[in-house]
Design a protein around this ligand. Structure first.
Ligand code: ADP
Ligand code: MG
Length: 254
């Protein structure tokens, strides 16, 4: 499905701050599974998703999505196959546009369009159905600007927009980290429902060990750009993960 082959990436090359974050990194992600990516701050989780999504270019390596190397495609071109939800609830949406305008934009992903033709009346029913599934009443607020929504409502909308075109790959980067625990649980639940409904292959970065275990099929831990743990989630306990974190922390300090 997704295969990353011999990926290398450095930041600040040829300076005192040079970081070789990935060195011949390899990873294969199974179709229709949710893979959680965990690891301490700065281990390369976001960089990996940014390289796959195309907001950061790799120095070397292949990113094979359904056997096609997408490493040379621009971010907008990759967006046809890849949906993303970010940590910041304002990143995946346009706050100054209405819910309807945001959904229409998401619906037109990968197409050329003029703003005049953005909203197609025939599609409004479809958007209302998608929003109704969230149980937040957003289907009755189509003309509300997104900046007036709460963080949880924005993340829910972001999620629906990212999933709307049933992308081959869904990338979630700590998408519940900015929310309170109750809202975070609701969004995780909605995430699971959408992933199952559309059978989306998902990579989910999580800072929450419990969520990572509960909502994924496989857990991968990164440490300084290397995979140091890789197991089916069903065989993983929170204690096991915390122990490895602690061990890595001690190693990295020593
Ligand atoms: N655009 C960038 N420019 C320079 N350094 C970066 C950039 N993005 C990430 N890094 C560095 O790469 C390392 C990995 O960062 P990141 O992938 O954001 O970590 P994580 O998401 O696991 O916390 C960190 O040392 C970070 O400072
Ligand atoms: Mg990150």
């Amino acid at each position: 499905m997704l295969k990353i082959v011999n990926l290398s990436k450095s930041f600040n090359k040829n300076t005192d701050n040079e970081i070789n974050i990935f060195r011949n990194f390899n990873l294969e992600i199974e179709e229709n599974k949710c893979t959680a990516i965990i690891g301490s701050n700065g281990c390369g989780k976001s960089t990996l998703l940014n390289i796959i999504g195309g907001s950061i270019l790799a120095d070397k390596g292949q990113i094979l999505l359904n056997e096609k190397d997408i490493a040379g495609l621009r971010e907008e071109q990759r967006a046809t196959y890849i949906g993303r939800v970010y940590q910041n609830p304002s990143m995946g949406v346009s706050p100054s546009l209405t819910i309807l305008e945001n959904m229409s934009l998401a619906d037109k992903k990968g197409e050329k369009f003029t703003l005049r033709k953005l909203i197609k009346k025939n599609n409004i029913g479809k958007y209302m159905e998608l929003l109704k599934d969230l149980d937040l009443g957003l289907e009755n607020k189509l003309n509300t600007k997104v900046k007036f929504l709460s963080g949880g409502q924005r993340q829910s909308l972001s999620l629906v927009m990212a999933a709307m075109k049933h992308p081959d790959l869904l990338l979630l980067d700590e998408h519940t980290a900015a929310l309170d625990p109750k809202t975070s649980n609701v969004i995780m639940q909605k995430t699971k429902e959408l992933i199952n409904k559309y059978s989306m292959t998902t990579m989910m970065i999580s800072h929450n060990m419990k969520d990572a275990i509960e909502y994924s099929d496989r857990i991968i831990m990164l440490d300084k750009g290397d995979i140091v743990f890789d197991k089916p989630s069903i065989n993983v306990t929170e204690k096991e993960l915390i122990d490895i974190y602690r061990e890595k922390l001690i190693q990295n300090v020593a």
